[in-house]
Each structure stands twice: as C-alpha cells, then as structure tokens.
Ligand binder design. Structure first.
Ligand SMILES: NC(=O)c1ccc[n+]([C@@H]2O[C@H](COP(=O)([O-])OP(=O)(O)OC[C@H]3O[C@@H](n4cnc5c(N)ncnc54)[C@H](O)[C@@H]3O)[C@@H](O)[C@H]2O)c1
Length: 370
C-alpha cells in the first residue's frame, strides 16, 4: 500500500467508525464556523443545506458579522463566540470550518485537530512555509478529516477534464501556461481591506488567490514544482492603499520534475474587454492542447477539429462542503487533503519567495515534506 492509499485507508477506517456511531445516535455532525465574513457566510449557507450537519457554534471578532451569521443559522440555534479558542475547547463540536484571514489558518487548524475535531480550512492553509510545515505535521497521522478549501478539486467538469488528460488524451504533457488577471485591485474599502494588503496576513495575490490556479496546474501535471523563478512588484497601486505591502503583478516560471515548465502571470490591471483577460490554464501536450479553465476545448496538433473534452454541467454550489461531510460520514475519498492543501500553498509560497529573493528558489529550500 503506498503512502497516499495507506493514509486514505486510515481515514476511511476512522470515518467508518464515526459513521457507525452517528447512525446509532442519529446525530448530525456538530459543526462550528470560525470567521463569518464573506467566505464564511457563503460556506455557512452550504452547511445549513447539509442534512448531516448541525451548526452549533459561530465565532467572529466583529459583532455585525457574528450577528448576521447567527441570523442566517437561526434554525440550528448556534452559540456565538468572539474567542476562537472557546470553540476549540467546546467538547460538543465535532467539526470546525476556518474562514478567517490566511495568517490565522494554521494556528487555528492545528488547535482544532489536536482537540479531535475534523477540519475544513480555507485556502491558503498557510502564508509561510513554516506555517504549512506545522500544519502538515499536525494533520498527518491523525484520525480526523482535514479538507483544504481548494474547492476546484470538487468541480465535476474539471475532474473529468483532468482525468482524461491523465489517461493520455493529449499525449505527453509538454508545457502549461496559466494566468489570473483581474480588472482592478481588491476593494480598498471592502470587508477584507483590514488584512488583504498586508503581506504578512494575506501573503499577497499569488498566495491568497492564485493558490487556486496553481493548484489546478499541480493537479493536471500530477506533481509539484521543483523550483521557481521570476519577478513581481507594484506597478500601478504604489502605496495604495497606504502601507500596502503586497504586489500587484507577477511573472513566474515553475519547473516540474519531468522538465515541464509552467509559465504563470498575475495582475490586477487587465482592462475588461481586452483579449486574454481573466483566468486560464492552457495545457500543451504532444498530441493536442487543452484550454482547461473553463472551456475544455481540445485543439489537435498541429491543427484539426476542435472538440470539448468535458461538457459543462450544473455544478452543485456547495460540492466541496458536501465532500467534507462525505469524508467524515462515509469515508469517501478526500478531494483536497493536507497534501493537496500544502502543495498548493507551498507552490504559491515558492513563487512568492522567488520574486522576493529575485533568484531561483528550489522546493527543498522551503523545508517542508509533503
Ligand atoms: N475558497 C474560495 O474560493 C475563497 C473565496 C474567498 C475567500 N476565501 C478565503 O476565506 C478566508 C476569509 O476570506 P473572506 O473574504 O471571507 O475575508 P473577510 O475579511 O470577509 O472575513 C474574515 C472574517 O474573519 C474574522 N476574523 C478575523 N480574525 C478573527 C479571529 N481571531 N477570530 C475569529 N474571527 C476572526 C473577521 O472579523 C472577518 O469577519 C481567506 O482565507 C480567503 O482566502 C476563499
């Protein structure tokens, strides 16, 4: 049994035991949400739709957020907290969702796992290699489900597209070109403005947002990069908002074990309507290439009839939340376990470090075994 399958077996056994217990007692998974801002309140709506979940605790340091979440979860009558440690100490909580700013994730997730809770932790699971390392050490070998909020892993169309590529649909993978471009900076007055522009709290755009795109690249390539190089900086939003320490653009190259290169760019000044904006992941193969996000068109090499490799479908809005409960109750395969969450975060951190140090940075220098 290899490492991944052995871990899955352990999780599945623990989950099966928990499922049997839940069936005996008729209990639903008693769930807490720490951080009831934008994302937390959205995910909370998904939890409330879950037949196997009951929201027993909500936590936020901002009273208005907490009140709004408590109102939306009124049917479950949850307790409210401003101190997240009291949620962790609560023996009547089985599972914890963490949707606070990124720099708080690892400390909260480690405490929750150590207290015996199942954990759904928003991405990125850490903003430094040290944070990711500590969380990896806490999550590995523990009989609790840990799901990272890399919800693209639960996107059915993407799963089918990636699976076809893994089965050899486009031949040998040669190169990947991906980007995450936005038309403007994150709202300077918005709900996340008190942490987003501080690199020590969000990690910056590459770590906080592009972690999704880079995870898709790792997923389709089937590996994490071995090294990265590139540049980034602030070209438009200089000291805007005042005190800003995050970049507004990045141009990076990542190298993978096969020698394959991923070229990745991020910016927040791509005008709406200008071609080649938004997000894409173009996967180039020896037989054909695929526009993986989101068209799923396959283009034969050197030319030929274009076909769609995975048809769009009605994607359930809260599929990743459902998957979390499915792991706990039925021992279902984990779509985004600690290895996925850690490699996604570390790939972003690797790119960030290359830009900050202005040199090639190797994966080994991050000092984390995943
Ligand atoms: N998976 C996704 O697609 C997705 C989308 C958006 C955001 N996110 C992630 O979700 C997280 C939150 O982002 P957001 O947009 O909701 O930000 P937000 O600022 O709207 O919400 C964060 C909340 O955490 C609360 N908080 C801060 N410190 C706390 C503490 N010590 N204890 C309890 N609560 C605390 C804040 O008061 C705030 O209400 C981030 O990690 C972000 O990357 C993920």
């Amino acid at each position: 049994m290899d490492y991944f399958n052995r871990r899955h077996f352990l999780f599945a056994s623990a989950a099966a035991a928990q499922a049997a217990l839940a069936q005996q007692t008729g209990d639903r998974i008693r769930t807490a949400m720490i951080g009831t801002g934008n994302r937390g309140s959205y995910v909370l709506r998904g939890i409330l739709e879950e037949p196997n979940a009951r929201v027993v605790a909500l936590c936020d340091i901002k009273p208005d957020r907490l009140d709004a979440a408590a109102s939306s979860a009124a049917k479950d009558n949850p307790k409210t907290y401003t101190d997240w440690r009291r949620v962790i100490d609560n023996k009547e909580v089985d599972a914890v969702f963490i949707a606070t700013p990124p720099h708080l994730h690892s400390e909260m997730a480690i405490a929750a796992l150590k207290a015996g809770k199942h954990v759904y932790c928003e991405k990125p699971i850490g903003v430094t290699a040290g944070q990711v390392k500590e969380l990896v050490q806490a999550a590995k070998g523990i009989n609790r489900v840990f799901v990272a909020g890399q919800q693209l892993r639960s996107h059915q169309q993407l799963k089918e597209g990636v699976s076809k590529i893994h089965q050899g649909e486009i031949g040998e993978l040669l190169m990947v070109k991906a980007q995450r471009h936005a038309t403007a900076d994150l709202n300077h007055e918005g709900s996340s403005a008190d942490w987003y522009f501080d690199v020590t709290k969000s990690g910056g755009y590459l770590i906080e947002q592009s972690v999704h795109n880079l995870d898709v690249c790792n997923w389709v390539i089937g590996a994490h990069p071995t090294r990265a190089t590139g540049f980034g900086g602030v070209q438009l939003y200089k000291n805007d908002p005042p005190g800003r320490t995050i970049m507004d653009n990045a141009s990076l190259t990542f190298e993978y074990p096969s020698g394959l290169k991923l070229s990745f760019t991020q910016n927040v000044f791509h005008p709406a309507g200008m071609p080649c904006g938004g997000q894409y992941v173009h996967v180039f193969g020896s037989k054909a290439s695929v526009d993986l996000l989101y068209a799923m068109n396959e283009y034969p090499l050197p030319k030929g009839e274009v076909k769609v490799i995975a048809e769009p479908r009605q994607e359930p809005r809260h599929a990743h939340t459902t998957a979390f409960y499915d792991c706990i109750i039925n021992g279902a395969p984990n779509p985004a376990d600690i290895t996925v969450g850690a490699t996604a975060a570390l790939t972003s951190i690797l790119g960030h470090e290359a830009m900050v140090r202005e040199r090639i940075v190797s994966w080994n220098e991050l000092g984390v075994e995943v």
